[in-house]
Design a protein around this ligand. Structure first.
Ligand code: RAM
Length: 359
């Protein structure tokens, strides 16, 4: 438990840090100073050989609790926390567009004095005040799947390089439509950090001359709600009857779009790619609606988020670029720029390999 004295101390330390940063700024801010100001919050000095603490409580707060993707991810965290002798809990909203709900869950976890929380953020800024308060109370904050601004957490566990994910989704779809025609994106919530970062990289990729005949006509939002995503797909095809393909970088969106296409005259004609789970998409690959899509293993993402939370709480890492830590059977990970840790490369699924995966 934190005493009032430690709390006051934490506040005093952050005020001093803010003053120090202010002083640097007055003396002329260089590029790297500016990056540091906006970078991840590094929590004290790390001792890579410190023992892993037991009996820690780690709270998972996904974007949405009734989303099978987050069930798999959080169960990955739950399993490893049990193995390490820690306690797992999960709280979270049932809607993917309930940022104020996410804020109250952050506050709940802070009041419960968890040791660390793993958060997938519906919005880059909305949770910041609450998360900063958590960190001031000595709670380690890890974002996973969808980040906040870097100064609102200690580290971000990313599913893969955001740039790779954005670019490869365009590449996958473009191959399927022969690099020609109108395409649309069916996203999740309009504020979702992960979705928007990937979409920005998709637009970058589309600038390459090899896509000169590919035109992105619309970004639609299905809010990670099955019904809304289904209706948005239907709407896209009504609005753009010549549409050749859809990229849906969300497991809920791609499944709903596949369901719509599969029961329509567009089946096999309008191509669909993006991010989905093999279990959701298997039947649409087998019935010819979908050729290829990609994803990482969500359980591994949750496991790495949990292991990062434990390493931070044990003082083995502080969130600074260049620190390395051992993530058990997953191997070693090094913290990159802005406190980002990449899980690895995603897998592309198609008719040939889909039966080898069960998640
Ligand atoms: C949905 C969510 C999540 C995203 C996956 C691919 O489940 O939007 O944030 O990472 O899809």
């Amino acid at each position: 438990m934190l005493t009032t004295r430690t709390r006051r101390l934490t506040v005093a330390v952050s005020v001093t840090a803010a003053l120090a940063l202010g002083a640097t700024a007055c003396g002329g801010t260089t590029k790297s100073d500016a990056q540091k100001e906006g970078g991840a919050v590094s929590a004290g000095k790390a001792d890579p050989s410190a023992a892993t603490k037991k009996g820690l409580t780690v709270g998972f707060l996904p974007k949405q609790v009734n989303n099978p993707y987050f069930t798999s991810a959080d169960n990955g965290g739950k399993k490893v926390l049990a193995e390490l002798g820690e306690t797992y809990k999960e709280v979270g909203p049932s809607s993917g567009t309930d940022t104020s709900g996410q804020v109250s869950y952050v506050n709940t976890l802070t009041q419960q004095q968890v040791n660390a929380m793993a958060v997938s953020a519906q919005d880059p800024g909305a949770l910041c005040t609450a998360l900063k308060q958590a960190m001031q109370n000595g709670i380690k904050v890890v974002t996973y799947d969808s980040d906040t601004k870097a100064d609102c957490r200690n580290a971000f566990v990313s599913q893969a390089s955001a740039e790779d994910l954005g670019r490869t989704q365009v590449q996958l779809l473009a191959q399927q439509i022969g690099y020609k025609g109108e395409i649309a994106i069916l996203s999740a919530a309009q504020t979702a950090t992960n979705q928007n970062t990937w979409i920005d990289y998709m637009k970058e990729e589309l600038k390459d001359p090899k896509y000169k005949d590919v035109k992105l006509v619309k970004v639609a939002y299905g809010n990670d709600d099955a019904q809304q995503s289904f209706q948005q797909t239907q709407g896209l095809l009504q609005e753009y009857p010549g549409l050749k393909g859809i990229i849906s970088p969300t497991t809920v969106g791609i499944k709903a779009a596949a369901q719509y296409l599969s029961g329509s005259k567009y089946k096999g004609k309008v191509k669909l790619s993006g991010l989905g789970t093999p279990n959701d998409m298997r039947k649409y690959v087998k019935n010819g609606t979908v050729e290829a899509f990609e994803l990482w293993d969500p359980a591994k993402l949750g496991e790495l988020a949990a292991r990062t939370a434990v390493a931070l709480s044990s003082g083995q890492i502080s969130g600074k670029e260049g620190e390395t830590f051992k993530a058990g059977a997953m191997g070693s990970y090094t913290i990159g720029k802005d406190g980002v840790i990449n899980l690895g490369k995603p897998t592309v699924f198609n008719a040939k390999n889909i039966d080898q995966f069960n998640f």
